[in-house]
Structure formats: structure tokens, C-alpha cells
Ligand binder design. Sequence first.
Ligand SMILES: C[S@@+](CC[C@H](N)C(=O)[O-])C[C@H]1O[C@@H](n2cnc3c(N)ncnc32)[C@H](O)[C@@H]1O
Length: 283
Amino acid sequence: MNDIWSENVQGVMTLYLSRKLRFDDVFFEQYKRAFDIDENADMKILEIGCGPGALAGSLHRWYPRAQITAIDRDSNFISFAKENIPGIDFMEGDATDLPFGDRSFDVTISNTVQEHIEPTAFWGEQRRVLKPGGVCLCLSARKGLQCTAPCLETTVAEKEFWESIPQSEDERERYGVCRYPMSEAELPASMEQNGFSDVTTGYAIIDLTPDASKYPAQMARAMIEAMRQGALEAIKSVHSDCAEKAVSAVNAKYDERLRLYREGVKQWDTSVSVTMILRGVKR
Ligand SMILES: C[S@@+](CC[C@H](N)C(=O)[O-])C[C@H]1O[C@@H](n2cnc3c(N)ncnc32)[C@H](O)[C@@H]1O
């Protein structure tokens, strides 16, 4: 049982809710262009480091004839995905030692995983399990932009809570988070150096603005709830006895944000994420 990531870095619901939005069908056209794979092919896709499975769930809708396998080291993510996302073969396993034979897949894909895994193993294992002519897709988060609604500014209770937490060593470093960061130029070069050819880069711009009229109410509410979940998880992950006041303050401000949305009082808060999409071919 490995629960290192879900217990210490990002929890199941925080990852699932944010990725469910990021891979919503309204953004498919952007991904489709960069993926450049046949929507109607009988192909075998492997997702590496799938977390709680939101991307795999979207791939299942977008590429209905594909047979999808998704793997992650973290047991909590895999049990959540197995229970909640039908049609995919989820399994626990290590991206640096994939439990599949050589030349088993037509496509490998990962989202925000490369920066956590030693590059030779990350690319090498995908290259090994891909068939000749197979496509490797690597999605990587880049700097986006955020604008917070006035009602969501940090409250006094949250400030007091964070000031009461003793400074500790960087937890994320301890768990190997982002040990291998690469710039927009280094990433495609690394892919080429590790044996992929015809490398191309593309970008998906995911604009999450609850007040934008292009988004239905259900999606706008999901954006607000995903932010609430992230804020609550950050507080709860600290394991402090004085979290209660901060949790109530967070709940109160997100309830207020939902009320304003319901009543049509626009805030125009926004979160725009930029995902770099690399595509390379195994020759
Ligand atoms: C930032 S999360 C992204 C999860 C998922 N791709 C998503 O976008 O929701 C990174 C994921 O990589 C997984 N991971 C890290 N190192 C791994 C390894 N060596 N083998 C398999 N999974 C790994 C973690 O467990 C975590 O689920």
C-alpha cells in the first residue's frame, strides 16, 4: 500500500475535482488538435501517473474505441478511480518499471507527471512499451494566471492559522515533488534526446471563470467547489488542532461566492491554466 502522494502532496478530491474541470468536454477541441490521434482507431492507450483518473475518464469519452489502461503508484488514487470511473483498466504500478511487455501500446500519455520522475526512466519506459510508430503525449503545467474575487481574499482566521504553523522543511521536496523541472525549451529537447522523433509542442489554455456566460451553472459551481476543496485540503493537511476556525472561515467565504453567483452579482474572478502538450513518435 502506497499512499504517499494522496496523504502528503495532493488529496484524492482536490486532484479529481480540479482535473475533471481541466479535462471537461468543452476543452476537448484544444487537446484533440495537439494530440493528433485518430478518434476512431482501435488503439491501446496507457496513462502514466493517472492520479484519481479524471483524464482517463475523459479519454474514454473522447476516444470511444480505445482500450485504456491507467497506472499510478498511489493506492488511494487507484481505489477511487476503480470505484468511480468505469470502462478503464486502473492498476497500481511504477512508471519507472512498467508492468507491461515491450511494444504493447499505441499511445502513452501523462499529465503533470514528468517533473516528478527521473527523465531517462520516464521516457525510456514509455518508449519500451510503445509500438513502433506509437505516440507519446506529455502534458505539463506552465505558468497561468489567477485573479481572486474580493469575497475570497484570505480571511483573518486563515491568516492566524497559517501564522500559527511552525515553519517546517519543505514537505514537497521530501516526497520527491518536482525534482526534475524542465523549461518549455528543455522538455522537447529531453524527449528527442530520449529517442522520440517528430516532436511537436502545443498548448491548451483552460479558462475557468465562473461568471463567464459560456459556462453553464453546473460548471460554474464546480469551479467554485474545486477552489473550496483545495483551500480546505491545504488547512486539513497540516494536522493542527486549531484548524476549526480557519475551516469555518473558508466555508463561509465560498458559500458567499456561491450566493453571489446564484444572485447574478458578478465577481469575474478567474483561473487560467496553461498546459503544454508534447507529442513525439517512437521510430
Ligand atoms: C501531480 S500528480 C498528477 C496526477 C494526474 N496525472 C492528474 O493530473 O490528476 C502526479 C502523479 O504522479 C504519480 N507518480 C509519481 N511518481 C510515480 C511513479 N514513479 N510511478 C507511478 N506514478 C507516479 C503520483 O502518485 C501522482 O498521482
